[in-house]
Design a protein around this ligand. Sequence first.
Ligand SMILES: Cc1cc2nc3c(=O)[nH]c(=O)nc-3n(C[C@H](O)[C@H](O)[C@H](O)COP(=O)(O)OP(=O)(O)OC[C@H]3O[C@@H](n4cnc5c(N)ncnc54)[C@H](O)[C@@H]3O)c2cc1C
Length: 280
Amino acid sequence: MKLCDFVRPRSIEEARRYLHDLGPGGIPIAGGTALHFLLDEKPVTAVDITRMGLDGITEIPGGYRIGATTPLADIQAYRAERWAFHEVCRRLATHQVRNISTLGGNICRVFPWADLPVALIALNATMVIRGDHEIKMSCDEYFQSQPARLFKNGDLLVAVEVPALGPHMGFGYKKEVKTSKGFSLMTGAAVLTLKDGVVQNARVAAGGAAPFPCRLPRVEEALKGNKAESEGFKSAVASGIDNINWKGREGLTDDYAQHLAGVVLCDVLERALTFAKERS
Ligand SMILES: Cc1cc2nc3c(=O)[nH]c(=O)nc-3n(C[C@H](O)[C@H](O)[C@H](O)COP(=O)(O)OP(=O)(O)OC[C@H]3O[C@@H](n4cnc5c(N)ncnc54)[C@H](O)[C@@H]3O)c2cc1C
């Protein structure tokens, strides 16, 4: 991406006008940290969307609303009852990157190593998109394919709504890397809803080693109605992940990536169980 000009609108309407008028010659930028991953040499005007009041985290009925331009370091620092999303941001890249990278930048153009989509799918987040009107989209629909498809006409992601975890719910997250600040080789996340030690509902998601961040419905189905314990987790994961084309990166074979996915997902389910027990 070759930046030739830079504008800094003060409102969503002004930003959308710029992006609409610039067409393919304009690009919204937030932290700007992904620009060097976009190999296109096309000259563009950057429309900086970080001065439009789209940052911050607020409590809303049933959960939290995170503004699209909230820096990841702010999400990492935020604390609230039964809030777990900070644990995901803590493990992403370096503190310098987290200071300027934003929530929206991580999930509007999804790279293979992106961590936040995996966690947001497990947490069943809702995306708030501003076009001519504001619309809300489930994360399942949003992450069906590359979300950049939704932002072609100057539309912008303005916020993400993350439901609060209920008293019998637990969140688990794990990212496997070669070095502590490395890109994800496999990211897993899960939310379990338990009753009397039995899994009532499960949302399980994977990325990094998966072709694109995705839910694992076969694992979820195998968990439901069964006791929340290690052997059940192992058999649900073993039976539910062989339909994915796991992809090894940074020298890993695809077979090893599948093995890694199984190990990470079992860990993630154990963590979700511990979370539910300790924080209920
Ligand atoms: C060295 C390094 C290591 C990293 N490691 C990881 C890692 O392990 N895991 C991980 O998840 N991430 C990692 N990242 C971060 C990730 O790769 C992206 O760089 C980052 O998430 C982009 O955020 P940003 O705010 O800088 O987005 P930008 O670079 O500003 O934008 C990214 C894309 O999103 C679009 N966009 C941004 N905001 C909006 C919006 N509100 N509406 C519509 N479109 C929008 C832009 O047009 C652009 O196409 C790493 C980054 C670096 C530099």
